[in-house]
Ligand binder design. Structure first.
Ligand code: MN
Length: 309
């Protein structure tokens, strides 16, 4: 597998004001894939309830295995899988087996615990491009029963020339059918032609925006793939322009207001919860992922968690 574009190491613009901050993705490995990890940041663990943002590709997976993420556990979060090109097969310990394609949403609610795998099917499209997002479940909901939902159809609305698909929460009067647990927005903005538009925002939300394809301008700040612009709170819109063919993501929500402890694939609050989940995984208490014949992922050794002030 090889990355097609070379945007992994674009330089930080170093823009920082009270409200606006551009940060740089770090390169991370997911199996054989190198991905751009835009969130979490050392200085910002979540935006609304969004606590993890990986952007991968576009990359050629022609004639190679492609995505291979063996069975692994999650707690305390929802995974949001969204593709710009290609196809990926999801399986989980509830018995779900679901192919996903661009414009569709796979939403897995881990709640108290689930295991899943994601892989390119044996016969797959030649390119792969997508985002993998995590939403932290608020404390009151994080013990919920695990669930999986596939949404093949999502609402699309026009915003000043952008085709906006709302996959989580609501934007511009359009609401996703996906079941979320906090006030949130997750949307893809596609520019079928050169577009310059004011995108409406909920002032109670904080937001980030990033470009997955093309080069965008938000509030006069240039964004290339691999860069994340934090927009702060209190805005009722952001001015966005993008050339034809660009694909952008807008994520936001009411600030979570909870201190997360994230380690490996686990979103918790305390080291004890992480240790219990790892023990549960090692003891097989997350169940098995039917149909996935490969060995599951082993949890890395637990670190000595620092107690934060
Ligand atoms: Mn996962």
């Amino acid at each position: 597998m090889s990355t097609v574009d070379a945007d992994l190491d674009v330089e930080s613009q170093g823009v920082q004001t009270d409200d606006l901050e551009v940060t740089q993705a770090r390169a991370a490995q997911v199996g054989e894939m190198t991905v751009r990890r835009l969130l979490p940041l050392r200085t910002r663990r979540s935006v609304g309830a969004w606590c993890f943002v990986d952007h991968y590709g576009p990359m050629s997976v022609d004639g190679v295995a492609g995505m291979r993420v063996p069975p692994h556990p999650h707690i305390g979060l929802q995974t949001v899988t969204w593709l710009l090109s290609g196809n990926v097969l999801h399986r989980d310990s509830l018995g779900s087996e679901q192919m996903i394609r661009p414009g569709q949403l796979n939403l897995m609610t881990a709640g108290r615990g689930i295991a899943h795998s994601e892989e390119s099917p044996a016969e797959h499209d030649p390119t792969l491009h997508g985002v993998q997002l995590w939403v932290a479940l608020p404390d009151a909901s994080r013990g919920t029963e695990p669930a999986f939902a596939h949404h093949a159809e999502l609402p699309v609305t026009g915003v000043g020339g952008f085709a906006v698909t709302v996959f989580a929460g609501s934007l511009a009067g359009v609401r996703s059918p996906a079941r979320m647990f906090s006030e949130i927005v997750g949307a893809e903005l596609a520019a079928p032609r050169d577009v310059s538009a004011g995108v409406p925002l909920a002032p109670a939300h904080e937001h980030v925006i990033f470009a997955a394809t093309g080069m965008a301008r938000a509030d006069d700040i240039v964004l290339r793939p691999g860069q994340l612009l934090y927009l702060g709170r209190g805005r009722d819109h952001v001015a966005v322009s993008a050339p034809a063919g660009s694909r952008l993501f807008l994520l936001g929500g009411v600030p979570l207001g909870e201190r997360l402890l994230m380690w490996w694939n686990l979103v918790a609050r305390t080291p004890g919860e992480i240790a219990a989940a790892v023990a549960g995984w090692r003891e097989g208490r997350f169940g098995t992922v039917a149909g996935d014949d490969g060995p599951p992922l082993s949890a890395p050794p637990l670190p000595a968690f620092k107690t934060r002030p």
